[in-house]
Design a protein around this ligand. Structure first.
Ligand code: CAA
Length: 258
């Protein structure tokens, strides 16, 4: 990947780190930034050493939404031809665990990017919302769908119509974020958790994510059939043999991701 302009990419042992890096604009998400995130994630998906990825923002916000300056003059036709959400779709195809460390604002497209993560840890200063209605538009990268699946139709409508921000306490209550902590502990705690996940057998982690994602769209019967296939698949891995052998030999397993 050539040097990205709007994100920073790092690696810490088995953890990939992506930092949104337009702090002066509160990490407003322009199209180049989305394609850089997509590219970084796809490279991390291929990198066998990386077992989990943490996504965060530099400065006082995670991201205050899509870049309003960039889209102000768009038309329906220019948006259709740009097909910018194809990159967002690719973010949703990321196979490894993606953990969001959210500080400050996560608004509009920034909230949608947070919702593309598998787990969300946030500082007590985090605020979430879909203010698009104040701009006479609406979320376009999955916000209406994801929020509704998380909190139910009536609550989602209330938030989306108001455009107001919800606190991290409300976000926990509605099942949107996993953990809230003092802002100064956010990074340390998130990285610590990511390392814990990185030590788990990678194929199990991956196929559990795959099956859980299917639960959102499939009927219970379809989901259970799908889960069974993933369960069978794991029995062709070396790690399954190692995990069960280590249990019987009363020793710590050494998982290789094969
Ligand atoms: N796009 C472009 N620039 C943005 C931005 C955005 N979404 N959010 C903040 N900025 C810029 C501001 O213009 C400002 O730049 P200047 O210093 O050059 O003036 C800088 O970031 C700092 O912002 P503020 O001075 O406004 O900071 P504040 O603390 O007073 O307010 C805020 C913070 C409440 C988040 C306010 O910036 C705000 O309301 N931002 C817009 C939020 C928004 O409407 N997001 C939704 C965008 S639409 C979308 O995301 C569509 C989609 O689904 C894909």
């Amino acid at each position: 990947m050539s040097e990205p302009a709007f994100i920073q990419v790092e690696k810490e042992e088995k953890i990939g780190i992506i930092r949104l890096n337009r702090p002066k604009q509160l990490n407003a998400i322009n199209r180049k930034m989305v394609s850089e995130i997509t590219q970084a994630l796809e490279e991390m998906d291929k990198d066998e050493d990386i077992r989990a990825v943490v996504l965060t923002g530099n400065g006082r916000a995670f991201a205050a939404g899509a870049d309003i300056d960039e889209m102000a003059e768009d038309t329906s036709v220019s948006l259709e031809m740009l097909n910018q959400f194809a990159d967002w779709d690719r973010i949703h195809c990321f196979k490894k665990p993606l953990i969001g460390a959210i500080q400050g604002f996560a608004l509009g497209g920034g909230f949608e990017l947070a919702l593309a993560c598998d787990l969300l840890f946030c500082g007590e200063d985090a605020q979430f919302g879909f203010p698009e209605i104040k701009l006479a538009v609406m979320p376009g990268a999955g916000g209406t769908q994801k929020l509704t699946k998380l909190m139910g139709r009536t609550k989602a409508l209330e938030w989306l119509w108001s455009g107001e921000m919800m606190t991290c306490k409300e976000a926990v209550k509605y099942g949107i974020v996993n953990r809230v902590m003092p802002a100064e502990l956010l990074w340390e705690e998130t990285i610590k958790y990511a390392h814990t996940l990185a030590d788990k057998p990678p194929l199990s982690v991956r196929l559990i994510k795959d099956a859980v994602n299917k639960a959102v769209d499939y009927t219970l019967y379809e989901g259970m059939q799908y889960e069974r296939k993933n369960f069978y698949l794991l029995f062709s891995s070396e790690d399954q043999k190692e995990g069960m052998k280590a249990f019987m030999e009363k020793r710590k397993p050494d998982f290789k991701g094969r």
